[in-house]
Design a protein around this ligand. Sequence first.
Ligand SMILES: *Cc1c(COP(=O)(O)O)cnc(C)c1O
Length: 392
Amino acid sequence: MGKFDFITDEIAGLKEAGLYNRIRTIETPQGAWITVDGKKTLNMCSNNYLGLAGEKRLVDKAKEYMDLYGAGPGAVRSIAGTMSFHHELEKKLAEFKEAEDVLSLQSGFVANQAVIPSALSSSEDAVFTDELNHASIIDGVRLSKAKRFIYAHNNPADLEKKLKEAVNARNKLIITDGVFSMDGDIAPLKEICDLADKYGAMTMVDDAHGEGVLGPYGKGIAHHLGVHGRIDFEIGTLSKAFGIMGGFVAGKKEIIDFLRQKARPFLFSSAVTPADAGASIAAVDILSESDERVKKLWENTNFFKENMKKLGFDTGISETPITPVMLGEASKAQKFSAKLFEKGIFAMSIGFPTVPRGKARIRVMLSASHSIDDLKWALEVFEETGKELEVI
Ligand SMILES: *Cc1c(COP(=O)(O)O)cnc(C)c1O
């Protein structure tokens, strides 16, 4: 017995089950057409919803901010690493979200680690979390001392049952993804906010796939569902529609001030760089100036989804540009993805543990950077592949 046998066994098991993830390498900037492992392909799996990741205005602003402020912040923010561009970024994001204040963090993943253990620091607290919440929420919950109540997916009746069970808890926090990243469905925020009011619970929404996608000018799911101002902790990412890297929390001034005192990723890890902040500021400016990209994203989404359904594909319950193509077994999804790649489409398969066993899929992500001609061609390739693998 060697001490690394468990690793050898685990990897062999993953390969056997068709779950071993072979990560491909992209050699060009993000955009509709990219070079992947030496091959030119149509990019149908990035979160670059608005085509901002490769946008020149973002690159120019990143360079400008590096010229102005250098390469890095030099220290953790609370000690000696808060620079004026961090404040500028937070102010910009607060305006965009129409929130009193914003705390900038290193990523969306980290933002969840920052908020949850800060809000729930005692075993007398209770957390109510949707069973399909993102891994970063699950890990954030694990870091808190609160008693856990996992409610059935998007099910306010089950949430209420759990709230009743924990009626005597000290702090209560309800947490949900805004848009669920694997199925593309949307949380019932109005009902959740009503229950939060009724039981005196705080609300937290992770809007990673909603910002830049939902609501006027892509302001996010709270605006889309008419609950703006009722979400206590709005988590955002700059790595999806904004096209860069970074995370943030938007909320009331007092809440953000509290996080500046308590959130461990803020207190013990350095912050985003001048280039990240510059590019993020440019992205927010572009979004605030025009909703053209958001509209194009939805035009592409509606066109592609309608035609996939007409072809006979099962695209699940998505209400957003996230378009799962349901294929069942992980090995089938892997084969489908490999065939697409041979034909020039980059769309990765997703299997367990990211989605439940037997629910493997290709997750197609639409972007404003696609042209209708790109999508017409993609539909032909999906049709041909679907017939070859007897999916349709
Ligand atoms: C992608 C995603 C994250 C992580 O965001 P990063 O900024 O890439 O760390 C967090 N939560 C949800 C729901 C996500 O989809």
